[in-house]
Ligand binder design. Structure first.
Ligand code: ATP
Ligand code: LTN
Length: 326
C-alpha cells in the first residue's frame, strides 16, 4: 500500500479552507493508502503560542480530525513532538539544504513580513516539514496550494541526499485538488483564508454554528458588479462560487446558470444554507469527540507508538548513511 502523510498546525480551530484543501483529501486517501495524520505542534511554536492554549488546541485538533472522518483503525494519528526522530532528521536535512533555497520559501517571507522579528525556527520550518515527510517513506502529500513549494523542497532534499549518501528516501509527490486548494478570506478575496487571521469574520471555523455561518457568509465581501460568475478580476465572488460548488458537489457552471438575473442576496442565502448542511454533521461529530479527552489521549498515544517504531527504523538507516554509527 502506498503511504500518504499530511500535517496541520494546532494553532486555532480549523476552518473550511483547511477542511477543503487538506483534511477532506486526506480522509479520502484513507481507503487506498496508509495515511499518517500529524498534529504538527513543533511547527506551531515557530510563532508565539500560549502554552495553555496550545495544549487545548492539540486536543481540539485531534477531535477535529476524528470528527472529519479520520479513522484511527486505518490511520496513524499522532502528535509530531512525540516522535523525537522528526527533530533529528530535520537537523541532518538542515545540513543538506542550502541557505538560498530556504530563503526562497514564500511562506517565510509572508509570515515574517507580518509581525515582529521572525524566529530561526520559522525560517527552518520547511526543513522540519521535509523531515516529517521523508521519515515515513511518504509517496503522497495532500496539501493546499500554499504548501506546494514546501513539498517541492522535500523532494529536492530527498533527491540530493540519495545522490550524496546512497538511496535512502522515497521522493514524495504533492497532491493538490483542482478546485478548492486555495479558499480565500471572506473579508478579502485576495488573501487566503487563514486560521491566524486577526478577524474571525474572515473564516468559517468547522465548529461555527449555523447562525455564525449565516452571519459570516451574509457579510462576506463581494466584488463590484452584480453578476454571479467566476472571473479572475473578481476574486471574492469566484471564491464564494468555489465554496458553493465544493459544498454541494455541483459544478460551478451549473451554479452560475442557476443565478443568472438574481442578486448577491439570494445567492448568499443559498450558499449559507449549503455550507450549514455541509458542515453541520461534521461539527456535531467534532463536539462529540471533544467531550472525551481520555479517548483522544488514548488514540494519540497509540498513534505515537506506531509512528515511533517506523521513525526509529528509518533513522537507523539515515545515521548509517551519514556516517555517525560506529
Ligand atoms: P495559518 O494561517 O496559521 O498559517 P493555515 O490556515 O494556513 O494556518 P495550516 O495549519 O498552515 O493552516 O494548514 C493546514 C493545511 O490546510 C495545509 O495543507 C494548507 O495547505 C491547507 N490550507 C490552509 N489554508 C487553506 C486555504 N485557505 N485553502 C485551502 N487549503 C488551505
Ligand atoms: N507546513 C504545513 C504543515 C505541515 C505539513 C507537514 C503538511 C507540517 N509538516 C508534512 C504536510 C506534510 C502547514 O503549515 N500547513
Amino acid at each position: 500500500m502506498k503511504r500518504s502523510l499530511t500535517g496541520l498546525q494546532p494553532t486555532n480551530f480549523l476552518h473550511i479552507g483547511n477542511y477543503i484543501g487538506a483534511v477532506q483529501p486526506a480522509v479520502a486517501l484513507q481507503s487506498d493508502t496508509q495515511l499518517m495524520m500529524m498534529i504538527v505542534d513543533y511547527h506551531a511554536i515557530t510563532m508565539p503560542q500560549d502554552p495553555k492554549e496550545l495544549r487545548k488546541n492539540i486536543l481540539s485538533a485531534a477531535a477535529t480530525y476524528l470528527g472529519c472522518g479520520i479513522d484511527p483503525a486505518k490511520t496513524i494519528l499522532f502528535q509530531q513532538s512525540r516522535v523525537a526522530e522528526h527533530m533529528e532528521l530535520a537537523w541532518i536535512l538542515q545540513c543538506v539544504a542550502k541557505m538560498g533555497e530556504a530563503e526562497r520559501m514564500t511562506q517565510f517571507k509572508d509570515k515574517s513580513a507580518k509581525g515582529e522579528s521572525p524566529t530561526v525556527g520559522l525560517f527552518t520550518y520547511p526543513i522540519l516539514m521535509a523531515a516529517d515527510i521523508l521519515l515515513y517513506d511518504t509517496e503522497i502529500v495532500p496539501v493546499g496550494e500554499d504548501q506546494k513549494q514546501h513539498v517541492e523542497l522535500a523532494r529536492d532534499l530527498a533527491i540530493r541526499f540519495n545522490r550524496d549518501f546512497g538511496e535512502t528516501f522515497v521522493v514524495p509527490e504533492p497532491k493538490i485538488r483542482a478546485e478548492g486548494a486555495r479558499i480565500m478570506a471572506l473579508d478579502d478575496g485576495t488573501k487566503k483564508m487563514s486560521k491566524s487571521a486577526p478577524s474571525a469574520k474572515s473564516y468559517i471555523a468547522l465548529t461555527d454554528d449555523a447562525d455564525a455561518i449565516r452571519k459570516k457568509i451574509m457579510s462576506a465581501v463581494t466584488d463590484s458588479g452584480t453578476e454571479i460568475r467566476t472571473d479572475r478580476n473578481r476574486p471574492a465572488i469566484t471564491n464564494l462560487l468555489t465554496v458553493f460548488s465544493v459544498a454541494t458537489g455541483r459544478s460551478i457552471e451549473s451554479i452560475e446558470l442557476a443565478y443568472v438575473g438574481k442578486g448577491y442576496g439570494d445567492f448568499k442565502k443559498d450558499l449559507a444554507e449549503a455550507v450549514v448542511e455541509y458542515l453541520g454533521p461534521i461539527r456535531g461529530r467534532i463536539l462529540n469527540f471533544a467531550a472525551d479527552e481520555t479517548e483522544i489521549k488514548r488514540i494519540l498515544a497509540e498513534g505515537a507508538e506506531k509512528a515511533k517504531g517506523m521513525a526509529a527504523f528509518k533513522m537507523n538507516k539515515v545515521r548509517q548513511r551519514v556516517g555517525v554509527t560506529l
